[in-house]
Design a protein around this ligand. Structure first.
Ligand code: NAD
Ligand code: AHE
Ligand code: ZN
Ligand code: ZN
Length: 369
């Protein structure tokens, strides 16, 4: 079939709206009509050329929601008409990782996903007979996409897809980082570096968890108002801090953060995020994605004296099991999605979504089809 897609022909180039060919779903696969997709910083990261797994040409996008149109042979858990959110972290419920009960990082199809193809090693997308790569197993910047059954969370019918698409990545990642990964407790002091869609969702997660101080750190002062609305108690602009940021934060928290979250993807800030943690027990959660070849460093003494570095993908969320409940939280008014959407725009305008992100003028743009 012919579908409309924003194609990334090569790194650093604007996306190009094209009519591309999409093959139907094969065994264990599902054809989904994508109704809306958020634009996450990770899409920009891959488009920038910094992603070691970045492949071109590709159809990017991993924060979508849509409706099942057709299921391939053997698909049992979904049927035509089901509302779904594609998962870049699938949940097969059968691999060593799923069965461990210790992680959400299902590895059933990770290898082919990283190569930009479906589990059988081929792509469903092509343009003028030339193969286009899938991206993160989801490729939501197209009005139709094919996704493995194990990478689709079925959600309730009455959820607005143009809103809950953001649960496909940023908001779930931020809230999950707090609840699943850090396990923030009532009264904890939390520092969040980077107040984009992810960091602001860490703030709302910390508020839900009953944190005491929720300190947001961002170089863009325009993030303050929304941070405060979502539960931030203190805003720190590093450009306005006299002296070093780390002792400033340690002093502000009376000894250091119980938990810090790096939601930028900057390895220098990852160090500051670790070092502002409380001696003896503070934990820094790495959420941001850093470019190819970048490494984190600190004095081992920071770890010897009781600080911990850990990381999270999709906020530790098991998509098929947990996302329906997180959609319920939104429908019940327990979590905020609406305020994080700064603009809806047709897919034709998707390059403006990247421009707004780079200019610090958006939280989440949502493209519709
Ligand atoms: N681990 C995961 O599963 C996961 C999921 C989603 C996103 N991410 C990553 O999380 C990061 C954040 O994503 P996002 O969509 O919220 O991005 P975003 O671009 O919307 O937000 C980033 C924020 O960081 C701020 N910032 C930039 N440099 C800064 C600095 N030096 N000091 C303080 N603040 C600074 C920006 O002003 C902006 O508010 C990205 O690296 C993204 O790739 C990871
Ligand atoms: N391809 C990158 C990895 C990027 C990365 O870490 N992605 C996160 C999700 S970011 C969503 O916005 C993730 O889920 N990681 C786990 C995984 O990729 O298996 C690289 O190679 O550096
Ligand atoms: Zn993302
Ligand atoms: Zn699995």
């Amino acid at each position: 079939m012919k579908v409309k897609a924003a194609v990334a022909h090569s790194a650093k180039q604007p996306l190009s709206i094209e009519i591309v060919d999409l093959e139907g779903p094969k065994e264990g696969e599902v054809l989904v009509e994508i109704k809306a997709s958020g634009v996450c910083h990770t899409d920009a990261y891959t488009l920038s050329g910094a992603d070691p797994e970045g492949l071109f040409p590709a159809i990017l996008g991993h924060e979508g929601a849509g409706i099942v149109v057709e299921v391939g042979s053997g698909v049992k858990s979904l049927q035509k008409g089901d509302r779904v959110i594609p998962l870049y972290v699938p949940e097969c419920r059968n691999c060593k990782f799923c069965l461990s009960g210790k992680t959400n990082l299902c590895q059933a199809i990770r290898e082919t996903q990283g190569k930009g193809v479906m589990p059988d090693g081929s792509s469903r997308f092509s343009l003028n007979g030339k193969m286009l790569h899938h991206y993160m197993g989801t490729s939501t910047f197209a009005n139709y996409t094919v996704v493995p059954e194990i990478a689709l969370a079925k959600i309730r019918e009455d959820a607005p897809l143009e809103k809950v698409c953001l649960l496909g990545c940023g908001i779930t990642t931020g809230i999950g980082a707090v609840i699943n990964t850090a396990k923030v407790q009532v009264g904890d002091n939390v520092v969040v570096f980077g107040l984009g869609g992810v960091g602001l969702s860490v703030i709302q997660g910390a508020k839900l968890a009953g944190a005491n101080m929720i300190i947001g750190v961002d170089i863009n002062p325009n993030k303050k108002a929304l941070g405060e609305k979502l539960g931030m108690t203190h805003f720190v602009n590093p450009k306005e801090v006299e002296g070093d940021l780390v002792p400033y934060l340690v002093n502000l928290t009376n000894g250091g953060a119980d938990f810090s979250f790096e939601c930028i993807g900057n390895v220098k800030i990852m160090r500051q995020a670790l070092e502002c943690c409380h001696k003896g027990w503070g934990t820094c959660v790495i959420v941001g994605v850093a470019g190819a070849g970048e490494e984190i460093s600190t004095r081992p003494f920071q770890l010897v004296t009781g600080r911990t570095w850990k990381g999270t993908a999709f906020g530790g969320t098991k998509g098929r099991t947990h996302l329906p409940k997180i959609v319920d939280w939104y429908m019940e008014g327990k979590i905020n999605i609406d305020d994080l959407i700064t603009e809806f725009m047709p897919i034709e305008d998707i390059n403006r979504a990247f421009d707004l992100m780079h200019a610090g003028k958006s939280i989440r743009s949502v493209v519709t089809f």
